[in-house]
Design a protein around this ligand. Structure first.
Ligand SMILES: Cc1cc2nc3c(=O)[nH]c(=O)nc-3n(C[C@H](O)[C@H](O)[C@H](O)COP(=O)(O)O)c2cc1C
Length: 354
């Protein structure tokens, strides 16, 4: 089967399959395995310091000489609202006591939230060929700077309007993220209700609205969905949840087990963990926060506040107070190596004859 198209040409890859960046799940080993197999691995570095960003890039480079993408979070850094943060800290304390998971309140004055602008020098110095971003848009000087260094830019859109916006500011490839997708919504135009468009509706509309190559993201865990996305006009797919169960994933074993046992109805959209809408398997933390009428501190402040309880929960192997980000096709995810997951998707598409 001839996989060559505009996307594989621009990204210099063999197969039009991008491993989705998944902060907290993707590792340099996962990224390198996918790139070595002919896909495009994506290294998530959102919220990381420039030093940590460089460390992760260098580690990935020791494992592959193939191209891989680095993924940034392009949100604004919000100001801290003390009354909001105090109310949520009190609730986190209550929940931690109820479930027997340690929680040390976060002193936000001691926390530094890094912006993507602070990471750009590292990306340029390390000659990263592809930069993807979500949660917002890169500012114009950053776009021009990265383009001047020959970098290909991939942005995330959850509506046709967002896709056209990305094209108009010069983004090279657009990821259309359907509502099925696991993890955070990439939504960045907030003057209308959260777009909740399924990929089968969103994808052809985005493809018709923009001239740039489009990547399809959301619910692609098996070859039929991959093939369907290509028929709907995608030039490639971005696959996240399918890699959570992989050998190279940071997901704790009970998280992988939850995926395996999950059903189509088990995921929910929630802002409870981070302040931004995200899809994951419903658990006690979601339910506890959901029933309170709290105003959520903006991302990434709530994310920082909930970090200690999530980390403590993971250390105990407890899936009830941590994020279980996953898409609506979670039940179809398998536990294999990242290379095998990629190969089975590719071979599966090649075997579809109709
Ligand atoms: C655990 C997890 C973490 C994610 N983290 C990121 C991230 O750091 N950056 C990003 O651009 N997208 C992130 N996403 C969203 C993915 O890029 C992609 O849109 C999504 O995984 C596609 O849907 P699927 O999970 O059904 O394959 C994450 C998704 C998951 C499941």
């Amino acid at each position: 089967m001839n996989w060559h198209n505009a996307l594989t040409q621009i990204l210099k890859i063999k197969y039009p399959l991008v491993q989705a960046p998944m902060l907290g799940v993707s590792t340099p080993e996962m990224v390198a395995a996918v790139s070595n197999e002919g896909g495009l691995g994506s290294l998530p570095v959102g919220l990381q310091s420039p030093e940590k960003t460089r460390e992760l890039i260098i580690k990935t480079k020791t494992l592959t000489d193939k191209p891989f993408a680095v993924n940034l979070f392009a949100h604004d850094i919000p100001t801290i609202e003390p009354t909001q943060t105090q109310a949520i800290q009190e609730q986190l304390m209550r929940i931690s006591e109820k479930y027997g998971v340690a929680y040390t309140p976060v002193d936000l004055t001691q926390i530094r939230h890094f912006s993507y602008q602070e990471q750009l020098d590292v990306l340029i110095e390390e000659k990263i060929p592809v930069v993807s971003f979500t949660f917002g848009v890169l500012d114009q000087p950053s776009i021009e700077r990265l383009h001047a260094h020959g970098m290909i830019l991939i942005g995330t859109a959850t509506s046709v309007r967002e896709a056209v916006y990305l094209e108009n500011i010069g983004i090279d490839i657009i990821t259309a993220q359907g509502i099925e997708a696991g993890g955070h919504r990439g939504t960045f135009l907030f003057d209308e209700p959260l777009p909740q468009i399924g990929l089968i509706s969103l994808l052809p509309q985005v493809v018709d609205a923009v001239k740039r190559p489009v990547l399809a993201a959301g619910g692609i865990t098996d070859p039929r969905a991959f093939k369907a996305a290509m028929i709907l006009g995608a030039q490639g797919v971005q696959v996240g949840t399918a890699f959570i169960g992989s050998d190279e994933s940071l997901a704790i074993t009970p998280y992988k087990e939850q995926l395996r046992k999950s059903q189509d109805t088990d995921t929910v959209l929630t802002r409870a963990f981070s302040g931004r809408w995200a899809r994951g398997i419903r658990n006690s933390f979601h339910d506890e926060i959901q029933q309170l009428s709290l105003e959520y501190p903006a991302y990434p402040i709530l994310n920082t506040l909930t970090a200690p309880i999530r980390i403590a929960s993971q250390k105990q192997g407890n899936t009830q107070l941590t994020t279980l980000w996953a898409g609506q096709s979670a039940a179809m995810a398998t536990q294999k190596s990242s290379a095998e997951i990629l190969r089975s998707l590719i071979i599966g598409v090649e075997q579809i004859t109709t």
